[in-house]
Write a protein that binds this ligand. Structure first.
Ligand code: G6P
Length: 613
């Protein structure tokens, strides 16, 4: 969602800020803005609806000098996307400018009160209330900005990551967070602020992750000071950033999504390195070994996630149940947190999240924590909020995922869940044969994915014939039912074609009514699992003249002969088929979206990291 960049130092701030905003574009946004304290000591603010490039055009010929500034990409929540609602917002006197991610829930009452004190509001946003409140507190208490910020933050209900500049104090920046991520890059006599590391990685690998309710005071030529909102000083913990510039660039691919699809063989290999031991036929996960008693004593596993991560969680349920014989529930975090789930202290809650920042999943963890459950995180972004709030966990380690539609993060989550299931089964000696078989097959998965990727051009050519389609149905059974959901989600997200994923046998209970000669039906039919059953489902589709696009195992003849188009995958054991069947579906969605002229990396209305509920 919204993106934050800040700079304070000796260099010109604008080029750093605008480049930082471009790096943050992947998060999803609808307007952008920048505030600089320019060479004349003036606070200048430029804002524009649309893309970062529109903002860059807007400022052409303007005075962009100055080495202190903040910039923002906004994903509209309160008030439509337009120039006025774009951040930064400024205070009544025009001395303060502020950018903000998150939602302030009590903004209406704050606005009413501040209006009664003569403060004027220009936008429909919750954010404007923060900057006005800070100035009101400064003026009414006759105190400095540093003193006013913690007082103001204490009056806010909701979530924030924010950065403030003060025209009267041009050599400083103040940043704070609660519930929305924020980190500070520490350079030589300079500071970089980011809502994630992508705008920072080019300049420094030393970062400080702010914790909730912490405020960072940065001043040119001085050490950064961090306090909590009660003004108690905290020692900044500087960490080394585990990211390289090449990871966040396209590397010759036209889109991040395609790059990330093609990265899957190497990403999965990296993700399994140091964990999967083929010779010893074992999986070593420190988080499991160190918490052996707690995991073995688990009454059940509850998986909480959203979106694509939820689909990975469903596959996780199948494999965890098969290998550990413990009950597993899979919950949408947003539903789980708002009902009254029955939780026991001996439950193990597994939170899955690429970003590690999804607001609903964070809230689900909080709820489970209150019931004393053991919390296990599966995340990709190192140092993000979920790994910092859970008791232990595993990083998927596939590098930054920039394309909004998740691809390599999904396959890594599935591979990680498979390893997790093996490690847990290993603890009490369950299913040794099956574990051995899975491990010896899992190591071959990266090269099998590479083989599927060789069919890219063929898939691209065929995809073009589907630009007419307004609807799609995806069918799968067993381990490939969640893949059907994921395939349909990918298509919706980036091509804007309506698609539904269904367990194939459920088709008869409704979706079959939709099938006619216009309806393309993607059937995931590898030669494992319930093959014969899915063959019958294909016949039901063909009998109603539906167009069948099948994902089949190499050498298959039966399904191929019934299909209008097929894509082959190498053979593997049932529980690993999702790691292969999803690859052609990712390519299929990508190419249909390209043929329809969609912006695949930044599809409309979507955000990469959903930091508001
Ligand atoms: C957004 C993204 C999806 C992602 C979901 C959950 O909707 O666009 O790609 O699957 O959030 O995100 P998480 O970071 O928790 O996996």
């Amino acid at each position: 969602m919204c993106g934050i960049v800040g700079y304070l130092g000796e260099r010109d701030a604008y080029p750093i800020l605008i480049k930082g905003l471009s790096r943050l574009e992947y998060r999803g946004y609808d307007s952008a803005g920048v505030a600089l304290i320019n060479g004349n000591g003036n606070l200048v603010i430029y804002k524009s609806k649309g893309k970062v490039a529109d903002l860059d055009n807007l400022v052409k010929g303007k005075d962009l000098s100055g080495s202190t500034g903040i910039a923002h990409t906004r994903w509209a929540t309160h008030g439509e996307p337009n120039d006025v609602n774009a951040h930064p917002h400024f205070s009544e006197s025009g001395n303060l400018a502020l950018i903000h991610n998150g939602i302030i829930e009590n903004y209406k009452s704050l606005r009413t009160e501040l209006s009664s004190h003569g403060y004027h509001f220009h936008s429909s946003t919750d954010t404007e209330a923060i900057v006005q409140l800070i100035e009101y507190i400064m003026d009414s208490h006759h105190i400095t900005l540093e003193e006013a910020v913690p007082l103001a933050l204490g009056n806010l209900v909701g979530a924030y990551a924010l950065v403030i500049v003060n025209k009267k104090d041009p050599d400083s920046l103040i940043a704070a967070r609660k519930g929305s991520p924020l980190l500070i890059g520490v350079g030589e006599n300079e500071f970089f602020v980011g809502s994630d590391a992508t705008p920072i990685v080019e300049y420094t690998d030393k970062v400080v992750y702010l914790d909730d309710e912490q405020i960072a005071y940065m001043r040119k030529g001085k050490e950064m000071v961090i306090t909590d909102i009660n003004k108690v000083k905290k020692t900044p913990v500087v960490k080394k950033l585990n990211m390289s510039l090449s990871q966040i660039e396209k590397g010759g691919f036209p889109h991040f999504m395609l790059k990330e699809i093609f990265e899957q063989p190497s990403a999965l290999e990296t993700s399994m390195t140091g964990r999967l031991y083929e010779k010893e036929s074992g999986v070593k996960l420190t988080g499991i070994i160190d918490n052996k008693e707690r995991i073995l004593a688990a009454r059940r596993f509850i998986i909480c996630a959203c979106g694509t991560s939820w689909h990975a969680g469903l596959i996780g349920k199948y494999i965890l149940e098969e290998l550990t014989r413990k009950p597993v529930e899979v919950e949408y975090s947003s539903e789980f947190r708002y009902r009254k789930p029955v939780l026991f202290p001996d439950d193990v809650v597994i939170a899955i999240s690429q970003s590690g920042e999804t607001a609903d999943t964070l809230a689900a963890i909080q709820l489970a924590k209150e019931s004393g459950c053991f919390l296990f995180g599966i995340c990709n972004v190192v140092g993000s909020s979920i790994p910092r709030t859970t008791d232990t966990g595993i990083y998927t380690h596939v590098g930054p995922e920039i394309g909004v539609a998740s691809t390599k993060a999904f396959t890594a989550q599935v591979a990680t869940l498979i390893q997790l299931a093996i490690a847990i089964a290993e603890l009490d000696g369950r299913e040794p044969e099956l574990r051995r078989e899975i491990i010896s097959e899992l190591v071959k998965i990266p090269s099998k994915i590479a083989k599927i990727l060789e069919q890219d051009q063929m898939i691209a050519d065929y995809s073009k014939t589907f630009t007419y389609a307004r609807n799609f149905i995806y069918l799968g059974r067993g381990y490939n039912y969640p893949v059907a959901l994921e395939g349909a989600l990918k298509l919706k997200e980036i091509s804007y074609i309506h698609a539904e994923g269904y367990p194939a046998a459920e088709m008869k209970h409704g979706p079959i009514a939709l099938i006619d000669e216009e309806m393309p039906v993607v059937v995931i039919a590898p030669r494992r699992g319930n093959y014969e059953k899915i063959v019958s489902n294909i016949q039901e589709v063909k009998a109603r003249k539906g167009k069948v696009i099948a994902i089949v195992t190499e050498g298959d003849t039966e399904v191929k002969s019934m299909s209008d188009f097929y894509i082959e995958i190498p053979d593997t054991i049932d529980c690993l088929t999702p790691l292969l069947t999803v690859i052609p579906l990712q390519l299929f969605s990508y190419h249909i979206a390209i043929a329809k002229g969609r912006d695949v990396d930044q599809p409309r209305n979507l955000a990469k990291s959903v930091t508001v509920e």
